[in-house]
Design a protein around this ligand. Structure first.
Ligand SMILES: [Zn+2]
Length: 220
């Protein structure tokens, strides 16, 4: 199997699969034979991780290659239009033909999503805050590359505008997660207990959210 070898002064051997790539971390002087025996022992686990990654990227391929768009967890076809502005109507994303490069199209979609996110996410946050009685001091959109949201020490919440691409259950989880940070500014067991009281199935939703992590790198 093909893998990337990273040698360092570490003491133990480890393997991980990151974005479909097999990465092996090994001590400086360990022999290749030893490393390959270790990989052979782990072959089943590695194959499972690689196939999970492939399934995940295949499902989102129409989005990442720009033929479709994701909105509220639904795959929408992108249809060219002669109108001036991009819009979503009847489960279709209409994109003006004047945007003649992928870069321009991406920027138009990003602007549309940001506009929708500003009102949709503010509204969801307000409602979930009211029903959970967890209050926040401010709200803004973020363009973070790896995070879906964050809550600072002053209890001001920022949500990634790309959340409009995801379904309501996932958006709810991210908002509940950030609101719980207004009570606990860490990922302690008390924090997760509070998340679990508000959203008992959060573990499954959190796992589902992870399969969409590639989306935070989109429309840059
Ligand atoms: Zn957190």
């Amino acid at each position: 199997m093909e893998y990337r070898l990273q040698r360092s002064s570490r003491k133990t051997l480890a393997v991980c699969v990151s974005e479909g790539e097999i990465i092996v971390k090994a001590p400086n002087r360990m022999s290749i034979a030893h490393i390959e025996q270790f990989l052979a022992d782990k072959a089943l686990w590695i194959a499972k991780k690689v196939s999970e990654y492939n399934a995940k990227t295949a499902a989102l391929a129409p989005v990442t290659n720009g033929t479709s768009a994701l909105y509220h967890g639904m795959l929408l076809p992108i249809v060219p239009t002669t109108t001036a502005k991009a819009c979503i109507n009847g489960n279709v994303l209409y994109l003006p033909v004047k945007y003649d490069t992928q870069e321009k199209r991406d920027r138009a979609i990003a602007n549309l999503y940001k506009k929708l996110a500003q009102s949709e996410l503010a509204d969801r946050l307000y409602k979930i805050s009211a029903s959970t009685r967890l209050s926040y001091s401010g709200f803004a959109l973020t363009n973070a590359r790896t995070q879906w949201g964050n809550c600072d020490g002053k209890c001001s919440i920022r949500l990634n505008w790309r959340l409009v691409m995801l379904d309501d259950e996932i958006v709810t989880y991210v908002i509940v997660h950030e609101l719980c940070h207004t009570a606990f500014h860490d990922h302690s067991s008390q924090f997760w207990a509070l998340v679990g009281r508000i959203m008992p199935n959060y573990k499954a939703v959190k796992k589902r959210l992870k399969s969409f992590s590639v989306l935070t790198t989109m429309y840059r």
